[in-house]
Design a protein around this ligand. Sequence first.
Ligand code: FES
Length: 216
Amino acid sequence: MKDPTHELHRSSSRPGPAAGNAASGFNRRDFFKGAGASAAATALATSVAEANQAAAPVVVGPGMSKIKLDVNGESREVAVEPRMTLLEALRYGCGLTGAKPVSIDGSSGASTVWIDGKLAAANTTLVMDCVGKKIRTVESLGGSKPDAVCSAFLHNDAMQCGFCTPGFVVAVRDFLDKHPDASEAEIRAGLNGNLCRCGTYANVIMAALEVVKGGK
Ligand code: FES
């Protein structure tokens, strides 16, 4: 016969710290391990969520959004749609109408501007690709002290309707900055990315040669 006192004593005895509960297979060590893993998982999930948030691209559009453009050394806030070209943003957002919409593929050269110091067709460049870049337009060559190229175009009557002229002025300035002693043949070759429907090529070349002779 079983001793009931003995049974009572066994059931009321408390297990030691490391003894565990043999019946449930779970002890405090397991509990603390689980709690630690849970906290680590929560921290990891939080840091992953924060990293995803930081890496998430900024969504612009499809409607109008305000962006900042660096144009002729000034920071300009412009409202644009993501589909807009740099030419549209310059003309309708900044009021800079020098660069012209002559050809839809940029082949006329009439919308020529500088982007980070390189010539580019503003009408085939998306404005969103210009954020953070330095844009320079033909207007930067004007003002109270116009650039020598602008003056030479006037002296040599190098324009008729004028639609191609801003693009030519930018192209001449860029070419002569790189080739200040260019010959006539070199100038002709160097400007072959610009077209003039009025046919003022001879006068444009004369204007460029005047700048070369003047050393400007
Ligand atoms: Fe008219 Fe050149 S002056 S297109």
